[in-house]
Design a protein around this ligand. Sequence first.
Ligand SMILES: [Zn+2]
Length: 380
Amino acid sequence: MINQQRLLDTFLALVQIDSESYQEGNFHAEMVSRLKKLGCSVFVDKAGKKMGSTAPGNIVASLKGSVPGKPFILSAHMDTVSPGKAIKPCVKKDRVTSDGTTILGADDKAGIAIILEILHVLKEQKMPHPGVEVVLTLCEEMGMHGAKNLDYSKIKGKDGLILDNESIEDLLVRGPGKYNFNVKIEGVSAHAGVCPEKGISALDVLTKAMSLMKHGRVDAETVCNFGVISGGRITNAVLSELSLQGEVRSLNAKKLEKQLKHMKDCFAKAAKAFTKKVDGKIIKPKITIDAPKSYAAQNLPKSCPGVKLALAAARKHGVALKAIACGGGCDANVMFEKGLLLPNIGVGVEKCHSTEEYLILKDFYKAADIVLDTLLSYHG
Ligand SMILES: [Zn+2]
């Protein structure tokens, strides 16, 4: 049913239109034009302007269904990581690679090519099908900024698929939620040679907090890490200021909140431990914590249509698709928080985010068949 040659041609054309994050303008225009030609009504939100992208916004394109019910969502992201300029795809016997100087851009243009091919098939084969809602986002690679600023009021569907995973045997149904965790510790400076006891070392406060804190692998579902530390200029003064950046992730929303509170408590206890009286005056460390939520955890029920139907469609095509958890975040996490149930399906890509990225042709074609069958079996 899928036209493999056309699918490949579409893919090769898409990767040759540059769209590194924040510079998706030309690619965006091409998508709007192609989606309209394929019979969709196209809405563009204002997210792009807000984020400083050369594209005006995310795309929500709707194709009317010929059977009643809610539309089925197919989503992918338009941006690529760098180096993603002037990509020259090389078609080999069983795969497509870049020329080695750039990424290939199959993440996520393989997903977009599949979505466009499915719209072609629906148009020319006149088969009964549910409505389709195509959601193409900006700036996913920079922290899902497109999905975070998407105008969800324009989306009518609830179930669907995100096409943004590597292996066609993996269906991502759970992903961790994440907080960034930035701490500034201000101690009290004092001459290290003359009166160190009159100061409070920011380093002492930090080591105390860390000795109280569960970090690294916290439990089977939760991890916490500090990866950046900076502070200090001279050796003959008590270290008066230090900053630390880290993150906490958990597959379990409650555990994520609990660990975040625990981390804050540890710093508060450490600050208390170093509060003291010097020359009749109370001095204490000042701790400033900035912990913005990066994204929420995704936890799709096994019974939701996107998961159930994709597993069945894969079986039909001889692919042992497994519903699994992943360690990172993607648009699916952000959209889950907004009520959309979108497992993330693989499209046959390997070594994403590197100049060795490649697309396995037989898996790419199979993924297209699986996504099409999943869509056709949906009765929203
Ligand atoms: Zn991606």
